[in-house]
Design a protein around this ligand. Structure first.
Ligand code: TRP
Length: 426
């Protein structure tokens, strides 16, 4: 449940609908599902098995795995880079978390009622320009995350996710019902499932792959850190399949909810990051029960964001806790402070937000996922993987192994190179 909480986050509810909107709907969804199958799921399994095999934080788990297989210690770099990427992602992730908390308050106070699109754009840019507001909510958001992680794996993370995840599912179902009754549901269905391949570009392919990794939280050790706490008897394959299933289901339901409401108000689906912060609140603001349902919606997003944020802390916290005398509480406070400072930079310095997002999501995550695939596929003793995936039969294991060794690295590499090429200023 914790890993599902990590996976289901802003990526599902904020990012997925708007990139589907920008890339023409159904065809992109299909492409995304392909990336989940070829890259997301195989790497998710590989990362989990490294964690479960190592029974420790990502750095030490990689150290153990490289010793077991007599390969260079340099492979622990995956763990170190992952812990860093986690703090970087958390820095901007918690700024978006701050916007969500602010929107919960604004929704509850009825600020979105009857707003025109110009007024709604003004509300959002006022928030993004208002540094003290962002600073306040950013601090609150991080404080929540730090409190949960500091309380420990069972008393903190475990207890938090076992209340938050059922709440998340319930809220999403309520909102699905609402959008079915009040929104343009069939139009949303057509948009999400009708495939128009002419809308796909090279960039769409890159976005689909990047998002497949981001949404499953793979590539930086968060899943490895959680894998370390998995019960010995739990099946890695079954767990991974459940995570993928829930994560995808929630993304698709969130997209249906968002688009039914957006279409019901005659708004455009393809307007990028503002979809959830501008069009959606405006849509709620013109609908019956809008104040209540908008508030519920942003509470839902807040829960999803928080249960993901805690997994971004875990790798570095677990490492610091083990190797220094500061203890788990001290370790969480230190890492939380670093992320807080990173968020501060995002709020006060132009472009830091975009750079952190780009470097972490588009460079460090694909690189981490690529290295994990190569390590588990080519370096780790086959016997170690085989033991961890003990419930797979001969064909199942070899299918996973072949995909991880060949297709996953090829897919990531191709898109990685394309992405960097595309981003360079020529
Ligand atoms: N998966 C989360 C989302 O979809 C974000 C996230 C949490 C994440 N932990 C991660 C992304 C680790 C990459 C790596 O919002």
């Amino acid at each position: 449940m914790a890993a599902t909480g990590s996976a289901v986050g802003l990526g599902n509810i904020w990012k997925f609908p708007y990139i589907v909107g920008e890339n023409g709907g159904g065809a992109f969804v299909l492409l995304y599902l392909l990336c989940i199958a070829v890259v997301g799921l195989p790497v998710l399994m590989a990362e989990t098995l490294l964690g479960k095999n190592g029974r420790s934080n990502p750095v030490d788990a990689m150290l153990k795995a490289s010793r077991q297989s007599d390969v260079s210690r340099l492979w622990t770099g995956i763990g170190i880079m992952g812990a860093l990427a986690g703090v970087m992602i958390l820095s901007f992730y918690s700024v978006v978390g701050a916007w969500i908390l602010n929107y919960i308050m604004q929704a509850a106070e009825g600020h979105f009622t009857g707003k025109s699109s110009v007024e709604m754009v003004a509300i959002f840019s006022q928030l993004r320009g208002g540094q003290s507001q962002q600073l306040l909510w950013h601090s609150v958001f991080l404080l929540f995350a730090v409190a949960i992680v500091a309380a420990g794996i069972i008393r903190g993370v475990g207890r938090a996710v076992s209340t938050m995840m059922p709440m998340l599912a319930l809220l999403l179902l309520v909102l699905l019902g609402y959008s079915y009754i009040e929104g343009e549901f069939s139009q949303a269905l057509r948009f999400v499932f009708a495939a128009d391949f002419s809308k796909l570009s090279g960039t769409s392919v890159m976005m689909a792959l990047g998002h497949a990794m981001f949404t499953l939280s793979v590539g930086m050790g968060a899943i490895m850190a959680y894998g370390a706490y998995m019960p010995e008897k739990a099946s890695i394959t079954k767990t991974s399949l459940i995570i993928v299933l829930f994560d995808t289901l929630i993304s698709i339901v969130a997209a249906l909810v968002v688009f039914s409401l957006v279409f019901a108000n005659g708004l455009e689906p393809g307007q990028g990051p503002g979809l959830m912060f501008v069009s959606l609140p405006m849509a709620f603001g013109h609908m019956p029960g809008g104040v209540l349902f908008a508030t519920l919606f942003f509470v839902l997003v807040g829960i999803a964001a928080l249960s993901s944020a805690i997994s971004l802390l875990e790798p570095s916290v677990a490492w610091l806790d083990k190797h220094t005398p500061v203890g788990r509480v001290g370790a969480t406070c230190i890492i939380g402070l670093l992320a807080w400072l990173g968020g501060l930079a995002c709020i006060y310095i132009d472009n830091v937000f975009d750079y952190l997002d780009f470097i972490a999501s588009n460079i460090m995550l694909p690189l981490g996922a690529l290295l994990i695939a190569i390590f588990v596929g080519w370096k780790l003793k086959r016997k170690v993987a085989k033991t961890q995936l003990g419930d797979l039969n001969y064909y199942q294991f070899n299918l996973w192994y072949a995909v991880l060794r060949v297709f996953t690295p090829m897919g990531i590499l191709a898109i990685f190179i394309y992405g960097i090429w595309d981003a360079l200023p020529w």
